[in-house]
Design a protein around this ligand. Structure first.
Ligand code: CA2
Length: 150
């Protein structure tokens, strides 16, 4: 059975590549999906890639990852990172390792972005590597779960 990694993207990330390139670069979300699939295929992992602007849909996707026995979740929860106890609780409720990723360095930005509700329930967090952080997160997850490179 294929080992599935859920890659979940929160609010406004559908706008990637259309504005704020100085903060988020010029890659689109479709580019991010492509780079995630490339990184995952190097480890013989499959990707379920989703984006939602709605908190409940992100929570449903986390539950689905748990029900599907996904081998991991890579999540960029966008601004919900800083506000959502509900997403934090969903992550804590599933037995799936979670890697938190942010395109920008949230600690070099406004103070309200310095706190993450997700970090304490994540296996690992990374930020500031641009969209390349998604591939690093998949590589890190693969190392954590001992996925074989093909
Ligand atoms: O750096 C990240 O990846 C963030 O998760 C992005 C969120 C922000 O609220 C977090 O603090 C850090 C915002 C995503 C919005 O993405 C846009 C992309 C292009 C144009 C407008 C928004």
């Amino acid at each position: 059975m294929a080992k599935i990694v859920y890659v979940l993207n929160g609010p406004n990330l559908n706008l990637l590549g259309t504005r704020e390139p100085e903060t988020y670069g010029s890659a689109t979300l479709a580019d991010v999906e492509r780079l995630c699939r490339e990184a995952a295929s190097r480890h013989k992992l499959a990707i379920e890639f989703r984006q939602s602007n709605h908190e409940g849909e992100i929570i449903d996707a986390i539950h689905k990852a748990g029900a599907d026995k996904a081998v991991g979740i890579v999540i960029n929860a966008g601004a919900y990172t800083h506000t959502s106890v509900a997403i934090r609780d969903a992550i804590a409720a599933v037995a799936v390792p979670v890697i938190e990723v942010h395109i920008s360095n949230i600690f070099a930005r406004e103070r309200f972005r310095h706190h993450s509700h997700i970090a304490p329930v994540a296996k690992a967090s990374l930020c500031g590597f641009g969209v390349g952080g998604y591939a690093l997160a998949i590589d890190g997850l693969a190392a954590l779960i001992g996925a074989r490179k093909g």
